[in-house]
Every structure is written in C-alpha cells, then in structure tokens.
Design a protein around this ligand. Structure first.
Ligand code: ATP
Ligand code: MG
Ligand code: FE
Length: 346
C-alpha cells in the first residue's frame, strides 16, 4: 500500500510517499520539502503569517515533485496522513485542508497524526521496525522530551520535558548572540568544530540532586552564554565565537545524553532513538554513541535530512497507523496546535 504524508506544522512544506509492505516494513519512495526559512531569517524566528502563505504556494508543487520522483500517480495512493498538530495553527490548517481535498478527490482514508510521533517514526525508514519499548529523545525547535514508546502507532508516554526553552530554541538564541545566521543549529555545529569545548564551563541545567530526573532546562544556559559574550565585548575583547559555540554545544550534548542514558537505565530500555532537528547535531550523536556504547544501549539516529521537518516522517507514521488498523479521522477534524504527544493519531 502507498501512503502519502503531508507536513506543514512550521516552516517546511513536506510531502512524502512510502510503501507499506505486508511484513510491516515501510519503504521510502519520495521525500520533497520546500522551506520558507529564508523568508524568516531576517526576523530571527518563524513569522506565522509568512509561513502559512508559503505553505499555500508550495503545497501542490511539492506534492507534484514527490509523485514525479517516486514515479507514481495520484491514483496510486491508498491512504493519506497529515500533521494534525502540534504546530502553528495557520500553518497546520493549510496541510489539513490540502489533505482533506486530496482524500476526498481520491476517495481514500485520511489520518490526522502527531508531528512529534512522526519525528520518531521516521527512523523506521532508515533502520527498520522499532523494538518495543524504545526510549526516544525528541529534540527539536519547539520540543525537548524524553519519551517511552511502547507502540509507535498508539502508545507514547512522556517521562520528562523541558521546563523552559527547547534545545533547538537555545541554539537559535545563542546563534543570534554570536551574530550567526538563523536557524542557529547548523552554523553553531560548524563553528564548534573549530573551537575548544572545554574553553568555558557553561552551566548544566536541571542536573542537581534535587532536580526532576528527566526534565531539562536551557534558559539558564542561554542567559549564561549571553552574559559571557556581553562581558567579553564590554572588556573590549574579541569574542572567541568558535570556543563559545563549542562550549555551549558541549553543555547541551552533555545534559541531553546524560539524562537519556539515565532514563534508559531506570526504565530498563535497551534502545535509544534520537530525533527532531537537533538530532542532526554532530556532537550530540557523537557523545550519545560514546555513552550508549559504555552503557550497552543500542543507539539509532536518523540521517540529518530525516531529522528536520519533512513529509516522509508523516507518511512513515501514517503507514504504522494503517498497519495497526487504527481508525480513520472524520473529515471534519481540525488542526490542534497543542496536540499532546500521547495522542498519536486522531
Ligand atoms: P517542533 O518539531 O518541536 O515542532 P520544529 O519542527 O520547528 O519544531 P525541527 O525542524 O524538528 O523543529 O528542528 C529545527 C531546529 O533544529 C532548529 O532550532 C535548528 O536550529 C535545529 N537544528 C538543525 N540542525 C541542527 C544542528 N546541526 N545542530 C543543532 N541544532 C540543529
Ligand atoms: Mg523548520
Ligand atoms: Fe519538527
């Protein structure tokens, strides 16, 4: 069966096509993404109105490209999955409306699915079926969570999350302080490779004995970096951008991996999957690999292209939802900007 996935929760318009095989494996056929990130860069963050308009313009051309790459026709589609939330309301509505139109025209079932679960499900396109249970460290622009996944199609439990900024948000804010472009993840990753991660001892938030075990905090780290840079500038020193980037990145990777390993141990889970845009970070996967090897935990990190927002992740999740025989969404469902992570499909 061919599943079409539509993603429009933030600033990426994504259309993915996958094939669900009888043995439950899911094969990637096409993954086309159009991003409006350049239109937001000068604002240092996504402008919702601009994103919605860009989705509207990009949706049909992106879908056409996906079908062309896969060598398929619209009539080959057996089911459609669309991101129902969480995300920006206006942006989500463009994808949901498009999905309803395609589903009605093609007379195929429609599934409204969770964007965050999609970030995890995408790993099955690269590494095959997920073992159960699996621990997911979801690190993206808007979320930072540790999740216990007992069934990717139906059962996700939150073990902890950030109490303030998401990891990706911290990257974007620190990039601004360092005069690096938006989004901040890739340029900080690059600068950090030339810097010394031990140059500055930035704080590791929420790691004290009295802090919640699986929660995160990144706003203190962000403020510490801003203050450090300010002080250097006030003293008339040239800011050592590479060292600041490397030291900041080390603090983020240290906290994320330490807590993930702790959660895996306490919940007796043998596999960790790291996903979401920040999973594309080179130091995070490197440190996670080291620490997982020490702890005897299997590590799965999808390739960077699959970590950031795309339509294939929604198609992949849709395929698992179809395979599990979950119910089809009524055609009058709406987008839910605050959809909680435990609701995998509507
Ligand atoms: P959410 O999934 O929470 O709704 P989102 O969809 O906007 O948020 P993603 O597209 O999954 O988020 O991730 C975008 C984030 O990933 C940005 O904050 C970006 O800076 C960060 N990011 C991308 N590449 C890297 C990298 N190499 N290192 C660190 N962060 C990165
Ligand atoms: Mg994005
Ligand atoms: Fe995302």
């Amino acid at each position: 069966r061919v599943i079409m996935g539509i993603e429009s929760s933030c600033d990426e318009t994504g259309v993915g096509l996958v094939r669900l095989h009888d043995d439950g494996t899911v094969e990637l056929l096409a993954d086309e993404v159009a991003s409006s990130v350049d239109q937001h860069a000068r604002f240092g963050g996504v402008v919702p109105e601009v994103a919605s308009r860009a989705h509207l313009e990009a949706m049909v051309p992106t879908a056409e490209r996906a079908f062309a790459t896969a060598g398929l026709k619209l009539s080959d589609v057996d089911a459609i999955a669309v991101t129902a939330g969480p995300g920006l309301a206006g942006a989500l509505l463009v994808g949901v409306s498009a999905a309803k139109a395609y589903a009605t025209a093609l007379d195929v079932p429609l599934y409204g699915v969770n964007h965050l679960a999609g970030h995890i499900a995408v790993d099955t396109l690269q590494h095959g079926p997920l073992p159960t249970p699996v621990l997911a460290l979801l690190v993206s622009g808007g979320h930072t969570q540790l999740l216990r996944v007992d069934d990717i199609a139906s059962s996700i439990t939150e073990l902890g999350s950030t109490v303030d900024d998401a990891a990706g948000e911290a990257y974007d804010k620190v990039a601004r302080v360092l005069d690096l472009p938006y989004p901040g993840g890739p340029p900080i990753d690059k600068a950090a490779k030339q810097g010394n991660p031990k140059a500055i001892a930035f704080p590791r938030g929420m790691t004290g004995p009295r802090d919640a075990k699986f929660d995160f905090s990144f706003s203190g780290l962000k403020t510490a970096v801003a203050r450090w840079v300010e002080n250097a500038e006030r003293a008339g020193d040239q800011v050592p951008v590479n060292d600041v980037a490397a030291s900041f990145q080390e603090a983020v990777a240290d906290v994320l991996t330490a807590k993930a390993i702790r959660a895996a141990r306490e919940h007796n889970i043998g596999t960790l999957v790291i996903s979401g845009g920040v999973a594309a970070n080179s130091r995070l996967s490197e440190l996670a690999a080291e620490r997982c090897a020490e702890a005897g935990i299997e590590l799965r990190v999808p390739r960077p292209r699959l970590c950031t927002d795309n339509g294939a992740m929604i198609a992949a999740l849709g395929a698992h939802v179809v395979a599990a025989g979950r119910s089809v969404a009524p055609l009058d469902f709406s987008a839910n900007p605050g959809l909680p992570v435990n609701v995998v499909s509507l």
